[in-house]
Design a protein around this ligand. Sequence first.
Ligand code: ADP
Ligand code: MG
Length: 347
Amino acid sequence: MLRVFLRWSLLLPAALFVTACGRSPADHQQTLLVFGTLLDIKAYTDKPEQFNKAVQSLDETFQDMHREWHAWKGEGELVRLNRAFADGQAMSVSESLGDLLRQSQAYSQQSDGLFNPAIGRLIGLWGFHSDEPPGGPPPDPNAIQALLDASPSMDDIRFDGNLLSSANETVEIDLGAFAKGYALNLAIEKLKTFGIGHAIVNAGGDLCVSGRHGDRPWAIGIRHPLGEGVIASVDVSDGECVLTSGNYERYREYEGIRYAHILDPRTGYPVEHVASATVISPDGGLADAAATALSVAGPDSWHRIAHQMELNQVMLVNEKGRVYITPEMKARIVFQQSVDAVIISEP
Ligand code: ADP
Ligand code: MG
């Protein structure tokens, strides 16, 4: 979701309802527009002023991330790094970008390269480096093949402290599958530094939580990837994140065929047989990267990749609405609709 970038973020006054309350804890909610998506921040707290300050600070942090981690727009750090890679130059990066890329490299390795943020050129070739959904026919197969032959990979990146270089000039980093989950974790941590320890930070259904909602855990819904409404609800515990990669929201359409925005780095073509993959983990970045990797892995090999990434709370929905789920995930979610078939498998 980091992919639709607006250059600004703002507080939406209409969505803001800060209850004028005494000192008993209550719900407080604000909505920011960041990363081209609405970020809904809800807290259960008796410190509304602190909450407002925390949200202001989060807004600034997210604007910075948005600017610096954008893959293709502006002159942020990632755009400059991608240019350095293309020119065969080394560049020294900030602590935070270095950390983000080291983690990305590890997750790419653990997922056998199915999560591969080095395929920015391929993502651009398919037209997804654009704020508007792309149209027109799919790219020239020869151009796709040329990028496959060049095989850009996170393993091409060399880290000399925070001095980065790439052994492969076709490496172009796109953090669209990872940065949102990473940022959600940071948001929860930042709220804590303002004394807000019971919160839920939700970007279009991707979320992390802290604490509880009063005397209950935070309860959330997972959107049905093919239909209306919620496919399942789940109680989320302190420190957990729920990330879903959807292959249904952002796509290229041509002559009635939809080409979705998650690409299989092995073929260069969009993933077809998975509508969504949902992962629960304390690590939002890992969950986001994994949800993308599991969408690529598909019904045949998702268990292996989940196991390699040390995840056991996973649910996949295929393009026909069939659900594949781990026993650990099945044990905690409550389906809200009848589902086609539920296949329970150990990772
Ligand atoms: P969502 O946006 O629904 O949360 P993802 O987390 O899977 O979905 O992110 C998809 C974005 O990640 C794409 O728009 C693209 O920028 C990038 N991407 C596509 N395929 C891959 C892949 N195989 N590995 C890493 N990044 C990818
Ligand atoms: Mg993802």
